[in-house]
Design a protein around this ligand. Structure first.
Ligand SMILES: Nc1ncnc2c1ncn2[C@@H]1O[C@H](COP(=O)(O)OP(=O)(O)O)[C@@H](O)[C@H]1O
Ligand SMILES: [Mg+2]
Length: 289
């Protein structure tokens, strides 16, 4: 694929500040250059206030740069004429579910986006059923949305984003209020959608979740301070990770402790099954030596 055709989100020299009357601008994003390719799965991590949500809000034109440019499938988010196409391309799930629920009943909320796009009624039905089933909310379709728990609201917002059938899904701490089973199911759903070619960007504080992505972007004070596959990010210098307020997943921490005793033991282990097989291999080696 030629370079331009591969790129999905392109960001050059992005700077952003929130206006505060009478104060000099303080840049919350301070010179971001980033390209996310079609079909990529990227996790954005970093301390509270590092700029994750602000960055993600630039991906569907909810915020536009103070300096620099953001293109989605080649469309500049600064150009208002592009907004409809951009919103139909990038589905967003923000951090605060209440701010995104627009209808009083669950299934109406999921239908709202496709209705606005003029999708035919029978197709809307199919999408609503599929989206609610995907997040495990089918039984709650007639429930008034204000009666949902915080986690259920999060799932509703995700279903409403799914029903738009966008090519890209951007999730801002979307699993933060979910119980472990719902979180596991959501991660499984994301993996399936990604497997079918969807571009996925997630901001998260959960390192096991971040480890599922193909690439991790670490933000610190509005800049990208580290970038790479999870295995390389989490095996980075311990003190530097601490400074960035990051703790590697438990599997990496355990592997590091073992590697202190067994120097050949790999540290970049991101799954429990991977850790178990390495320990088994190490045990076999010790029996044979
Ligand atoms: N609407 C807003 N008005 C003023 N400052 C804001 C607003 N939203 C975020 N900020 C500030 O911008 C910085 C980055 O915030 P945010 O992007 O939400 O970070 P993160 O998602 O990484 O926690 C923080 O210092 C935050 O206080
Ligand atoms: Mg945030």
């Amino acid at each position: 694929m030629p370079e331009a055709a591969k790129q999905f989100i392109q960001i050059k020299g992005l700077r952003y500040y929130y206006r505060k009357d009478g104060h000099a601008p303080e840049f919350v994003l301070d010179g971001i250059d980033l390209t996310i390719n079609k079909g990529e799965y990227v996790a954005v991590i970093g301390a509270n206030g590092s700029g994750k949500s602000t960055l993600l809000k630039h991906f569907n034109g909810l915020l536009t740069p103070a300096e620099g440019n953001v293109w989605i499938s080649g469309l500049n988010t600064r150009d208002y004429d592009n907004m409809r196409d951009i919103r139909g391309t990038v589905g967003m799930v923000f951090q605060e579910p209440d701010a995104q629920i627009v209808a009083t009943v669950v299934e109406e909320d999921v239908a709202f986006g496709p209705e606005n796009l003029g999708v035919p009624q029978d197709e809307i039905r199919r999408r609503v059923d599929w989206a609610l089933d995907t997040v495990g909310m089918s039984e709650l379709k007639n429930r008034p949305s204000h009666l949902l728990s915080a986690g259920q609201k999060q799932l509703l917002v995700i279903a409403s984003a799914l029903s738009m059938k966008t090519k890209c899904l951007v999730l801002d701490e979307a699993a933060s209020m979910l119980d472990p089973y719902a979180r596991f199911k959501l991660m499984d759903t994301i993996a399936r959608l990604h497997g079918k070619g969807m571009t996925v960007v997630t901001a998260t504080h959960n390192m096991d979740e971040a480890a599922l992505a193909q690439r991790i972007i670490v933000l610190s004070k509005g800049r990208i301070s580290l970038e790479g596959p999870p295995g390389s990010i989490f095996t980075h210098d311990v003190d530097e990770l601490k400074e960035l307020k990051l703790a590697p997943p438990a599997t990496v921490r355990i592997a590091r402790r073992i590697a202190e005793q067994k120097s050949h033991f790999p540290e970049d282990i991101l799954s429990v099954s991977g850790l178990v097989s390495e320990i088994a291999r190490c045990y076999e080696r010790s029996l044979n030596s």
